[in-house]
Design a protein around this ligand. Structure first.
Ligand SMILES: [Zn+2]
Length: 67
């Protein structure tokens, strides 16, 4: 049963990355496709390749940035 649960989590992690707003504590999902474009820019600039799988990036959401 544990194996089945891990497999399910793996599928979910492959589809979405999570972003956490440090100010409001809001957790949101980001499509890995969108993150991949950011990651590609990072790789082009620094040569560093990130692996967006089941990770949480911290930052500020749009409302906190603009409001
Ligand atoms: Zn926020």
């Amino acid at each position: 049963m544990e194996h089945a649960g891990q497999a399910h989590f793996g599928i979910a992690a492959a589809s979405y990355h999570h972003v956490l707003c440090e100010r409001r504590g809001v957790l949101a999902d980001v499509a890995v496709e969108d993150l991949a474009q950011t990651a590609a820019g990072l790789t082009a600039r620094t040569g560093f390749e990130i692996t967006p799988s089941g990770q949480v990036s911290r930052g500020r959401c749009l409302r906190c940035r603009t409001g």
